[in-house]
Design a protein around this ligand. Structure first.
Ligand code: OOG
Ligand code: NI
Length: 455
């Protein structure tokens, strides 16, 4: 069989993300309402801001807007994480970034599985924030061993999906029919299970250590715990949530509202309390799943990110306990120190940009200058901000905590261990900043090559 008889990994991902969205809508009806709300706000925003529409169109982001989602799961063992890496690879999703949540009192560390090339991101940027439970952070030997024993009993993958992953690896892809089967079988890993694998006492003991531990250990699989659409106006979406029956968390995480949005702003609504049948037939409830929305802005360079982190920390000292309106007002004041127009941010090296030729640039021949700034000034080249495709550890901690009822344990802090995470994963994670830098660099090289060509 020749490689072109295989479906592209981008198509497999697109099918899977749509199937996942349908599954989650069936499992959590409020997610369907959330999608409607986001779509409505996005439509209105695009109508009110033709300039934004033009920009998104030019960046190739308008087309992906309606398919754009991220999800999150949490797994319990190195073997589960390593197998997930192979499963996501079938869909062209690779581990990017390392997030240490122990700092925020949550006993996990994480990566994001996502597409990495310009073309794959434009097609469907589906991402899954994936956390690995850190049982080594549990103090009690007895409880840790109990959790390990429970996890050792389960297989979160169907035999068929294991077979299809191996086939993808050996033959270099999946056919159309195999891809459909893969999507159905892979979905089984992410599905919700009403039956716990443990009795109520075990659940309670793990829950008392940390709610997250019970969530990871006590079920047959790592149920998808949220699926997040991308909104163009998160302030407006948050405002409208209560009227649609959703109770948003107190504040929008991340940077404040800006002319030139940076990184990522996020808000979520509380987890649902769901009925569970425990081993031995006891009835109880568990809360795990929630709703979230996000607004994405531009990716920052290490210099821009350092400024963001510094201002975020300053802001956080002044915002404890404030409601969203007051919180945002403080953040806006603090972030006045962060330049808020694309050109200044580009010149100062605060954000990443994608360079392309203008119409005039496309007609030009034999240009000799190598200097991008000169070419921009001459109108031959245009710079567009590169969208941030990743996550933010402080925001993620806020999302975890608001949905875990504030369950933070300071004893977990100070335990970043990227090496251990990569060992469990069976591969290094890609540095997200290096990826943006590469994409910026490649666009520059391409533009210069075209302008220098003499024919
Ligand atoms: C993941 C929380 C982090 C985000 O968007 O930052 C996250 C989880 O609760 O498993 O999804
Ligand atoms: Ni999320």
């Amino acid at each position: 069989m020749t490689p072109n008889q295989f479906l592209s990994t981008d198509d497999v991902r697109d099918r899977f993300s749509k199937a996942m969205s349908a599954l989650y809508q069936a499992e959590v009806p409020q997610y369907g309402t959330l999608l409607e709300l986001v779509e409505q706000v996005n439509q209105e925003t695009l109508e009110q801001q033709p300039e934004l529409r033009r920009r998104l169109q030019a960046q190739g982001e308008l087309a992906r807007l309606n398919v754009e989602r991220h999800g999150a799961i949490r797994v319990g063992t190195a073997a589960e994480l390593a197998m997930l890496r192979r499963l996501f690879a079938v869909m062209g999703m690779h581990p990017v970034g390392y997030y240490d949540l122990s700092e925020a009192g949550v006993p996990v560390h994480s990566t994001a599985f996502r597409p990495i090339t310009d073309a794959a991101l434009a097609r469907n940027p589906f991402r899954v924030f994936t956390s690995l439970l850190r049982l080594e952070l549990i103090d009690s030997d007895a409880l840790r061993q109990r959790a390990e024993a429970v996890l050792a009993q389960r297989d979160i993958f169907t035999p068929k999906v294991r077979e299809l992953i191996a086939r993808h690896e050996s033959q270099g892809g999946l056919t159309d029919a195999e891809a459909d089967q893969f999507v159905q079988e892979a979905l089984e890993t992410f599905r919700w299970h009403q039956d716990a694998t443990v009795d109520l006492d075990t659940y309670q003991a793990l829950h008392d250590e940390h709610r997250l531990i019970a969530d990871v250990v006590c079920f047959r699989g790592p149920h998808i715990n949220h699926l997040t659409p991308r909104t163009l106006d998160i302030d407006e979406a948050q405002r409208r949530m209560p009227a649609m029956g959703m109770n948003p968390k107190a504040v929008i995480e991340g940077p404040p509202r800006r002319q030139s949005p940076i990184l990522l702003r996020q808000t979520s609504f509380k987890a649902l309390e769901e009925p569970i049948r425990f081993a031995g037939d006891a009835q109880g409830t568990h809360t795990a799943r929630f709703g979230e929305i996000e607004q994405r802005g531009m990716a920052l360079t290490p210099k821009g990110r350092a400024l963001y982190d510094q201002l975020l920390n300053e802001g956080r000292k002044q915002t404890a306990g404030l409601d969203n309106e007051a919180h945002q007002a403080v953040m806006e004041k603090v972030f006045a120190a962060f330049p808020d127009d694309n050109e200044t941010m580009r010149r100062e090296g605060l954000a990443y940009f994608h360079y392309h030729l203008t119409e005039q640039g496309q007609a030009a021949r034999g240009v000799t200058t190598e200097d991008i700034d000169t070419l921009l000034a001459q109108g031959l080249v245009e710079a567009q901000p590169i969208t941030y495709e990743d996550f933010l550890p402080v925001s993620a901690a806020g999302i975890f905590q608001s949905n875990l009822g504030g369950g933070a344990n300071e004893a977990y802090a100070g335990n970043a261990n990227q090496t251990a995470f990569e060992q469990a994963l069976g591969a290094p994670v890609t540095d997200e900043l290096a990826l943006y830098a590469e994409r910026e660099h490649a666009s520059k090289t391409q533009v210069l090559a075209k302008l220098h060509a003499s024919d």
